[in-house]
Design a protein around this ligand. Structure first.
Ligand code: ATP
Ligand code: MG
Length: 417
C-alpha cells in the first residue's frame, strides 16, 4: 500500500543558528540506521522521505525509533498533483485503513503555492469523492478520529492518515559527551537514554567487584549498554569496566557500616571524574532519584558530590519509580535490569545506612586506608570495551575473572591507564 515514510524533524531543529548542524547530524543518523535495507532516502529542507521499495514500513519505523530529534513519521502514498488521482489514491488508502465506522475529515497542506486552488478547496473536492466511495465515514471537522492528510509539494503530493510520534529530543552528538555511571539497575540506563535524548553522547563506567559479585552482573551491564548503543549515532558506546573489588573489600573492612555506601560512592565518583577528564567528557551522569533510598537523600548526594568538581547531571532526580519503569519498558532495558544478579551496591547492604552523612565525617573515615593508591591501581586495570549493537558481546562461560575473559584482543586493543 505505502510507497514512503515521511519523517518530520523536531521543531527546534528547523530554527536557530545551529539548524544546519542539527540537520546534518540527524540526516547522517537516518542514513546510518537504514543500513542493509534496500530503501532510498530523499532529504529535503523540512522533511525526509524514505522510499520503501517494498520494505515493510514497520521495519523502517522500528529503526527510526532510535533516533533522537525526530518528531513524527507517516506512512504515505505518493502521486502527482491531480485531483482525480489524489481522490483515487485516497479512496484506496482509506479502504485499506478503515474497517469500521469512524469520524473523518480531509486536511490539505499546500507547500506548492503555485497551485491555483486553496487548501480548503482541495480538501472539499477530495472529500466529496471519498465520501461517495468509502463506507463508514462520518464527517466531523472539529475532532475526527481519522484525518486524511494531503500534502501537496512541489515535487509530488503525499497522502497519509497516521502520525506516529518519534522519540523527540535533540540529535545525539550535538552537545558534547558525558560519562554515565551505570549499574545493573533500572534507573541508570534510563538516565543514560534521557541524556542521549537531549543531544549528549555518552560513555559508560561500571564498577565491578567480581568474583565477590557474579560475572553475570557484568554481562547485565554489557547487555544494557548494547541496548543504549542503538541510540548512539554510531551505534557504539564505550564501556569502562573498573575492577572495584579491592576497594570494595577495604571499605567493608575499614569503614563503619553506616558509611560504607557513602564512601563507596565517593570512590566511584573519584574514579569516574578521572575517567571523564581523560576521555573528554564534560559531565558525570547518574541514575540517582531523590529520596528513593538512604543513599539518595540531599545530604547523601551532597556528600558524594564533594569529591568531584565535574558537573553531575541526575536526569531522574525528580522522577518517581513508576515513571522511570515506564521509560525502562519503552526503551527495552527493563527486562534486562530486572534480572536478579547483584552488583557492588547490592551485596552487603548496610542494615542502617546513614541518612544524613557529612563530608567531614566521610573524609575522616576515609583516612583508614590509602585510597589514592587503590584508585590508581583500579584506573590502571580498567578495561575499556567498545559495545556495538551490531556485535553483541557474551562473556558468560568465558572465565571467572575479568583478566581471564578479556585478553588484549577483545579489549579492543587497549586498557585504560
Ligand atoms: P539503579 O537502578 O540505576 O541501580 P538504584 O536506584 O539501584 O539505581 P543505587 O544503587 O543507589 O540506585 O545507585 C545510584 C546510582 O549510582 C545509579 O543509578 C548509578 O548511576 C550509580 N551506581 C550505583 N552502582 C554502580 C556501579 N556498580 N557502577 C556504576 N555506577 C553505579
Ligand atoms: Mg543499583
Amino acid at each position: 500500500m505505502y510507497d514512503y515514510i515521511m519523517i518530520r524533524y523536531g521543531d527546534l531543529i528547523l530554527k536557530g543558528k545551529n539548524q544546519h548542524i542539527f540537520r546534518h547530524n540527524i540526516n547522517n543518523q537516518i542514513a546510518h540506521k537504514m543500513y542493509g535495507l534496500p530503501v532510498e532516502i530523499e532529504f529535503q529542507h523540512d522533511l525526509v522521505f524514505i522510499k520503501l521499495n517494498d520494505v515493510e514500513p514497520k521495519d523502517v519505523i522500528d529503526r527510526l525509533n532510535y533516533i533522537s530529534g525526530l518528531s513524527s513519521y507517516s506512512k504515505a502514498v505518493k502521486c502527482e498533483y491531480n485531483l482525480d488521482i489524489i481522490a483515487e489514491k485516497s479512496i484506496e488508502l482509506l479502504k485499506h485503513e478503515i474497517k469500521e465506522e469512524t469520524t473523518f475529515k480531509v486536511e490539505t497542506k499546500r507547500a506548492d503555492k503555485t497551485i491555483n486552488l486553496k487548501s480548503f478547496e482541495i480538501s472539499k473536492l477530495v472529500s466529496k469523492q471519498v465520501l461517495r466511495s468509502v463506507p463508514n465515514l462520518i464527517v466531523d471537522v472539529k475532532d475526527p478520529k481519522t484525518t486524511l492528510n494531503i500534502e501537496a509539494r512541489r515535487e509530488a503530493t503525499y497522502i497519509y492518515t497516521d502520525k506516529i510520534p518519534g522519540i523527540g529530543g535533540f540529535p545525539t552528538s550535538t552537545g558534547g559527551r558525558a560519562m554515565l555511571l551505570i549499574s545493573g539497575g533500572i534507573d541508570s540506563p534510563v538516565a543514560g537514554y534521557l541524556t542521549m535524548n537531549t543531544g549528549l553522547e555518552i560513555e559508560c563506567v561500571h564498577f565491578e567487584s567480581s568474583p565477590l559479585t557474579p560475572i553475570e552482573s557484568v554481562q547485565k551491564v554489557i547487555d544494557l549498554v548494547t541496548v543504549l548503543s542503538k541510540y548512539a549515532p554510531s551505534s557504539k558506546i564505550k564501556l569502562h569496566l573498573v575492577p572495584f573489588r579491592e576497594i570494595h573489600e577495604l571499605i567493608l573492612k575499614e569503614i563503619p557500616e553506616s558509611y560504607t555506601i557513602t564512601i563507596m560512592r565517593r570512590m566511584m565518583y573519584r574514579i569516574a571524574d578521572s575517567l571523564a577528564k581523560k576521555n573528554n567528557c564534560k559531565a558525570i551522569v547518574s541514575g540517582d532519584s531523590i529520596g528513593q533510598v538512604a543513599s539518595q537523600t540531599l545530604e547523601s548526594l551532597i556528600t558524594v558530590q564533594k569529591v568531584t568538581d565535574s558537573l553531575v547531571i541526575r536526569p531522574l532526580a525528580t522522577y518517581d519509580k513508576n515513571e522511570i519503569i515506564k521509560i525502562a519498558k519503552k526503551i527495552k532495558t527493563y527486562l534486562i535490569s530486572s534480572k536478579p544478579f547483584s552488583d557492588c551496591c547490592t551485596v552487603y547492604v548496610p542494615k542502617r545506612p546513614v541518612i544524613k552523612p557529612t563530608d567531614e565525617r566521610a573524609s575522616t573515615f576515609e583516612q583508614a586506608f590509602d585510597y589514592q593508591k587503590f584508585i590508581k591501581i583500579a584506573l590502571k586495570n580498567t578495561i575499556t570495551l567498545e559495545i556495538n549493537e551490531r556485535k553483541p558481546l557474551n562473556i558468560i562461560d568465558k572465565g571467572f575473572s575479568m583478566e581471564e575473559i578479556f585478553d588484549e584482543k577483545t579489549r579492543n586493543g587497549k586498557t585504560d591507564s
